[in-house]
Design a protein around this ligand. Structure first.
Ligand code: 5GP
Length: 194
């Protein structure tokens, strides 16, 4: 998605630890016009799929998931990060290792909002090692719902998440795949470019 790649080149900042900072338009301040275009792009890519629910993870996936859900005309469910232990019964739960914080946390989704008969599209802002998406896919599987695929705004193609998820048979559509980024020069190369 050219518009997105141009914006990443213009406003993205490369930080230590292979972190791409895009908080001026994606996950702190949010450019909702760009979000709307992203939502339409996901709708086009998954045209023909019978999606009836979008699933994301709090917090930074929620905005993108909402505009995407508007394009599909379906609700969003977001997995909550929790420390509560005695929650078995009413929720599906799994553990996820955080890329940016380096620790493990539990995520939950109420059984009320996900289950057999649902056709679920996962949406997230970033794909790095794939732990967040893998956790969401586990919740979908546990619930008996069907996983249609995953829509990602920025995939870091030099990290293993995309390959790992595709090898599991999950359809992953990333709008910008960063092949390399150089902290010293600020240069960013995207997949599909020379
Ligand atoms: P994964 O589970 O795929 O390793 O990481 C995905 C999550 O980590 C995303 O939901 C995102 O919040 C965060 N993340 C991973 N890499 C980056 C990055 O380069 N920049 C930012 N801003 N967040 C990232």
């Amino acid at each position: 998605m050219e518009l997105l790649k141009e914006r990443i080149r213009r406003d993205g900042k490369i930080k230590a630890g292979n972190v791409l900072k895009v908080d001026s338009f994606l996950n702190h301040q949010m450019d909702v016009q760009l979000f709307a275009a992203i939502g339409r792009e996901f709708k086009e890519r998954f045209a023909g799929e019978q999606v009836n629910k979008i699933l994301t993870i709090e917090a930074s996936g929620i905005g993108i998931a909402c505009v995407t859900a508007q394009s599909f005309g379906v609700p969003v469910v977001f997995a909550k990060k929790t420390q509560t232990k005695n929650i078995a019964g009413e929720v599906y739960t799994t553990q996820v290792e955080s890329y940016t914080h380096g620790r493990v946390y539990d995520i939950i989704v109420s059984r009320e909002f996900l289950g057999q008969g649902d056709k679920v599209l996962l949406i997230d802002d970033f794909l790095a090692n794939g732990k967040a998406l893998e956790g969401l896919a586990r919740l979908v599987e546990d619930s008996g719902a069907e996983l249609v695929g995953a829509g990602i705004v920025i995939e870091k193609g030099f990290q293993p998440g995309g390959e790992m998820l595709r090898a599991k048979g999950i359809r992953v559509e990333s709008l910008a795949v960063v092949e390399s980024m150089d902290e010293a020069t600020g240069e960013i190369r995207f997949r599909g470019e020379d």
